[in-house]
Design a protein around this ligand. Structure first.
Ligand code: FAD
Ligand code: NAP
Ligand code: SF4
Length: 730
């Protein structure tokens, strides 16, 4: 299979005067070509009645703050911070037009005068910074998590326990009115426009696709019947808000579900939406129930932009690209290639509210990059918790976690340059303290250095790069190759010592016979390249690291740290080669043809030949990977399945010999797994021996953070937040 190059050409341009797409030889972005490192990204877009100051849009994210009126002050601060950061336009989390459309019971609404007053706090805060704000109207349809759910047909979704009621014609007409009323109120609240959510498998997408729409009335049948609800909603909204108001429509460019639409049907819908009054078409990729990942970190950057380009070439309104775009080079390239007119990023603005200003000032190396882990944003949404960000704990806590400049600068020692220590050093220095960071190894990053060599986790490089550049710009004194002991800290003159000495892999040498044999190694020895494995491998421990190591061992292009090369490791701009878009699509069964005729863009995935035979083993009974994160765990489980990893649970480890690993299996029988090598991923232990003992009277104040504080259930989210919180308080 090969990627067919998109139809878009660099000459396709938006005319500055009339916002109509035209194709001529004049350069699209001539005005600012010399002024910025990303000239296309920073060319304004004239919509006729209003202008977007650049091509960057913050996409809709449900933060959890929009559901309660008493959180609207925090929501306003969250949006204001990003408006200040230079983004041209932002889209709120989904607001339902009515009760049936709630995602969760009592979700955010725009139904009344009181709602208008609450939302005004947001729009006023944003408009102080020359940015635009759009309210997304989202009707969840059968994705709603409550008993009032409705849909095109009475077919339950695999991701909600509630079976929907089939909407009657009267119900449909009322829903169209509800969309229009919500839009009108949004205009009164000061919004610059609305986005009508028509993708990701929500109500309008449910009507658009045969996957759910089995109706035989005027709202079903062929694509023209199935698109009728979406088109009528747009017409009603346009009639309610007038001509000088932005209407975005988020259209599913590829459904990635059985019986999903073909590209011809997507284009027919796009043209009808344009005629109905849409100002800008936004990209949606895949339904939430699709079994193809669309935003997790292992999805290559800009993996879907050729589908957006196919639609852009068919319409005369601006089209916005989305999904796994997180750095300016990628965004600029999409614009250069004429694949889209605007770039939408959502999570990258949780990670760094100043993304746009940094890009404009040529400081992309200082962007705190979204690593697409979902751990603190989408996973929180599914746990009904407020969203925040693993790499930026201030996100959605702008009024609560504040890094105030200090009035009394102190001498601060941070011991340990893992993510906890780097985060603490960063915040302490940002506040004006005099910071020294000690690291035993020759590079910063700690355990994150192992994470970043896992195939599909290449983005983790960016976090280390970000911290290295920030610490340098804040003149933190970084002492590499320095193992700190207690004597060095005594009488060293530090006012504060932050102990961030992290964790070491748990060794089984004292508890499992044969664990000292040379073919047995920790994950750190494997991933650093200190030890090599043979063709068959047993992985002891099926937590997050056991899964990652199994993926590393079965993937053909995986490389350990020592093969990446010291030069590149110390170069903060270095990024490893991630999997290509074409190879990723072949693996997951996504068409490589932007004009796809297969339903939902699905094709048969290629068979995979794993690099090794791997057994992934745990003592607990039941399915492996139950503790993995909600929104990414299924991707890891699917990966090891497609790479032939043999999953073994409910075992007791007996011993290791030169023949392999002896276990008592779940049936109580002794069994030999004939393997060449054994990798131990059995959790970690804290390293905290620098903390004063009871009775000591140190001159400095000591703080314990990250893995050093607690190894159990440690992840980078806790480590980075710990560091930031401690440093914010000294
Ligand atoms: P560490 O990373 O252990 O850092 C401690 C640092 O202190 C080390 O650099 C060490 O050399 C230094 N040090 C120790 N003693 C001294 C001393 N006396 N003097 C000077 N320096 C010293 N987490 C996630 O949230 N999501 C993931 O997807 C994820 N994937 C992972 C994948 C792998 C393969 C691995 C191994 C880990 C992964 N993690 C992930 C876990 C995450 O990397 C850790 O939770 C996090 O890095 C812990 O950070 P820390 O700073 O507390 O400790
Ligand atoms: P973990 O999730 O606690 O898993 C440790 C595994 O080792 C468990 O499967 C456990 O299962 C087994 N184990 C524990 N003690 C053992 C012993 N004495 N002998 C044999 N087996 C033992 O920890 P981890 O995999 O080391 O990961 C560390 C942290 O990094 C995690 O908490 C996670 O949050 C983070 N991480 C996250 C991701 C991600 O994708 N989000 C990826 C990697 C790591 P049994 O007891 O059933 O055998
Ligand atoms: Fe991105 Fe992870 Fe932060 Fe979410 S938590 S915004 S995915 S870095």
């Amino acid at each position: 299979m090969m990627i067919v190059s998109p139809k878009a050409s660099p000459e396709t341009r938006l005319d500055d005067n009339n916002s109509q797409a035209t194709t001529d030889a004049k350069p699209f972005f001539q005005k600012s070509l010399d002024a910025s490192p990303y000239p296309h990204l920073f060319t304004p877009l004239d919509l006729g009645f209003t202008t977007l100051k650049n091509r960057v849009v913050m996409g809709s994210m449900h933060t959890g703050l929009e559901d309660r009126f008493y959180n609207y002050g925090k929501l306003a601060a969250y949006f204001a911070e990003r408006a200040k950061g230079g983004v041209a336009m932002m889209i709120t989390g989904g607001i339902s037009p009515n009760r049936e459309g709630w995602l969760l019971p009592a979700g955010g609404t725009m139904n009344s005068k009181l709602d208008v007053i609450n939302h005004q706090r947001v729009t006023r805060a944003v408009h102080k910074f020359d940015s635009k704000i759009i309210m997304q109207i989202l009707h969840s349809g059968r994705y709603g998590y409550h008993p009032f759910v409705v849909s095109a047909s009475a077919i339950k979704s695999p991701i909600s326990p509630f079976k929907p009621r089939k909407m009657s014609i009267k119900n449909i007409e009322q829903t169209i009115d509800d969309f229009a009323r919500a839009a009108k109120l949004a205009k009164q609240a000061g919004y610059d426009g609305v986005e009508i959510m028509g993708s990701e498998g929500y109500l309008l997408n449910q009507f658009l696709s045969r996957h759910v729409n089995k109706r035989d009335d005027e709202f079903g049948g062929d694509i023209f019947g199935r698109m009728k609800l979406a088109v009528e909603v747009v017409k009603a909204v346009r009639a309610a808000v007038g001509v000088d108001f932005i209407i975005l429509f988020r259209l599913s460019m590829i459904d990635l579900v059985k019986d999903g639409n073909t590209m011809d049907e997507v284009i027919a819908t796009a043209k009808a939406l344009e005629a109905a009054g849409v100002t800008i078409l936004n990209t949606g990729i895949g339904w939430h129930e699709a079994r193809v990942p669309t935003i997790v970190t292992s999805v290559p950057r800009a993996a879907f932009t050729d589908f957006t380009a196919a639609v852009k070439n068919a319409v005369n309104i601006p089209v916005m690209a989305a999904n796994r775009i997180n750095m300016p080079e990628t965004a600029e390239q999409i614009l250069i290639e004429g694949q889209a007119d605007l770039i939408q990023m959502a999570r990258p603005f949780l990670a760094d509210p100043n993304w746009v200003n940094k890009a404009q000032q040529g400081e992309a190396h200082r962007i705190n990059t979204c690593i697409a882990c979902n751990q603190a944003c989408l996973d929180h949404t599914f746990e009904n918790k407020r969203s925040t960000c693993l790499v930026n704990p201030q996100a959605c806590y702008e009024t609560e976690l504040v890094y105030k400049p200090t009035k009394r600068p102190k001498k601060v020692a941070v011991v340990g340059g893992g993510v906890a220590g780097m985060s603490a050093a960063h915040v302490a220095a940002l506040r004006g303290h005099d910071v020294t960071l000690f690291e035993a190894r020759d590079s910063l990053g700690g355990q994150f250095n192992y994470a970043k060599v896992i195939p599909g986790k290449e983005e983790f490089f960016e976090t280390i790069r970000y911290f290295i550049n920030e610490l340098a710009s804040l003149n933190v004194d970084i002492q590499l190759n320095t193992t700190v002991d207690k004597a060095m800290l005594n009488d060293s003159g530090f006012d504060h010592v932050i102990v961030a000495t992290g964790v070491v892999p748990r060794s089984l040498k004292d508890t499992l016979e044969g664990a000292e044999l040379p073919q047995v190694m920790s994950y750190a020895e494997l991933l650093s390249g200190q030890k090599a494995v043979g063709g068959t491998v047993a992985v002891i421990g099926a937590g997050g690291i056991g899964f990652d190591v199994s993926e590393y061992l079965t993937t053909r292009h995986a490389k350990p740290l020592n093969e990446i090369g010291a030069k590149q490791l110390n170069d903060p701009s270095y990024r490893p080669q991630a999997q290509s878009v074409a190879s990723w699509r072949e693996e997951w069964g996504v068409t490589c043809d932007p004009d796809y005729q297969s339903a939902g863009g699905l094709v048969t995935p290629d068979a995979i030949t794993p690099a090794r035979q791997v057994y992934l083993i745990q003592r607990s009974k039941g399915r492996l990977g139950r503790g993995l994160n909600k929104t990414s765990g299924w991707v890891h489980r699917a990966h090891i399945k497609s790479h032939g990893v043999i999953q073994v649970s409910g075992v007791h480890y007996e011993k290791i010999t030169n023949e392999g690993l002896w276990i008592t299996n779940a049936q109580g029988q002794s069994q030999l797994l004939r393997v060449d090598s054994i990798v131990v991923c059995a959790g970690q232990e804290s390293v905290a021996d620098l903390m004063p003992n009871v009775g000591d009277a140190p001159s400095a104040q000591y703080h314990l953070i990250g893995g050093a504080k607690l190894a159990a259930e440690l992840d980078a989210k806790r480590a980075i937040r710990d560091g930031a919180e401690v440093a914010a308080g000294i």
